[in-house]
Design a protein around this ligand. Structure first.
Ligand code: MRU
Length: 345
């Protein structure tokens, strides 16, 4: 099993996704600032994995606290949370995890600093464990959408590497495969950071799931030729009405899927749903460095000083989405109602 992120002794250890697939190296974070930097530089990425990293970062940061008054502990704790909250703006799992750690902190505070340290560490490990369980449940709920012999298109990496383990969209694909279904996955390379080429292709190869890597521009003609049976992707933030932010390039895929009558599915844990955001226009979209576009692996591909626009995510309007697969149920249109139900049943 791929070990995306773990608590080991007094450190947080994560597979360094910047150097995959060529090198399998592990990054040891001994200080919460190491975690801040790992998230910013995408050593760890993918919405649920970023949330887990933030939770472990908070526990790690607070484990170093030596102040004793509750007031000082609170100040220190808030500084850690604040630094982690500024790492990446789009994936709501980050903020969800910080809020959960804040509740754990408040609850354990009256029991003394050592109890707080212990409680935070346990909570972070629990968030990771629950995420893996949620992914497996999504797999069970989503695998029926994949028929034997299906040809599937996916974008970016929504696999074990993007989560505590197993994966969301890739988890559903894994679950279909585990049932013995004969499937084939087309993997979008996912410019500019190449999560598809570097990470999804690597995961599928490890699992012996038949896959073909394509450049992002190929998806449309494959769909028009009838060679894709379904599209399944993960999500970084889902609004209350089902509008879904995911890796840049997801929206055009959804439009192409609608044009070609190909069902388009989203798989994500309920921690990715932000009911505080009513529709997709209110989801903050991260813009990343021009360097990601100007070069590949340190080789320049555009003239110096070329102006670049590099949004990391886009929003797919709910009307293009056939179903949102979560661990508590499968939401279908109209999403305002079905998403609400995911939190009440
Ligand atoms: O910029 P990234 O690599 O963090 O973006 C990741 C994605 O867009 C994934 O599709 C999404 O987080 C779902 S991961 C289960």
């Amino acid at each position: 099993m791929i070990k995306t992120i773990r608590w080991v002794d007094d450190a947080v250890v994560m597979i360094d996704q910047r150097v995959l697939p060529h090198r399998e190296e592990y990054l040891t974070c001994r200080d919460y600032q190491d975690v801040v930097s790992a998230i910013k530089t995408m050593a760890i990425r993918g919405a649920p994995a970023v949330g887990i990293a933030a939770a472990m970062g908070i526990a790690l940061g607070f484990s170093a606290v030596s102040v004793h008054t509750e007031k000082d502990q609170k100040t220190y704790f808030c500084r850690i949370c604040d630094d982690l909250s500024k790492t990446r703006p789009t994936a709501v799992n980050l903020f969800w995890a910080i809020e959960r750690m804040k509740r754990c902190f408040e609850k354990s505070l009256p029991s003394g600093v050592d109890s707080v340290k212990k409680a935070l560490k346990e909570e972070a490990i629990k968030i990771c464990r629950e995420d893996i369980e949620a992914n497996r449940e999504m797999g069970r709920r989503g695998r029926d959408f994949i028929k034997d012999g299906a040809s599937i298109l996916t974008h970016c990496n929504a696999g074990a590497l993007a989560t505590g383990g197993y994966g969301t969209a890739l988890g559903v694909i894994r679950a279909a495969r585990e049932e013995g279904k004969n499937i084939h996955v087309f993997v979008d390379e996912t410019r500019p950071v190449l999560q598809g080429a570097r990470l999804t292709a690597w995961e599928l190869k490890k699992e012996n799931i038949p896959a073909t890597l394509i450049v992002d521009n190929v998806a449309g003609s494959l769909m028009r030729e009838g060679r894709i049976d379904l599209v399944i992707v993960g999500a970084d933030r889902i609004a209350a009405n089902g509008d879904t932010a995911n890796k840049i390039g997801t929206y055009p895929l959804a439009v192409l899927a609608a044009e070609n009558n190909v069902p388009f599915y989203v798989a994500a844990p309920t921690s990715t749903i932000d009911r505080g955001v009513r529709h997709g226009d209110d989801i903050p979209i991260e813009e990343r460095s021009a360097d990601e576009v100007l070069g590949v692996y340190g080789t320049k591909i555009a003239p110096d000083r070329t102006v670049v626009f590099n949004p990391a995510f886009d929003v797919t309007p709910n009307r293009y989405i056939k179903a949102i697969i979560t661990e508590t149920g499968v939401a279908t249109p109209p999403f305002d109602e079905s998403i609400d139900k995911l939190f009440h049943d």
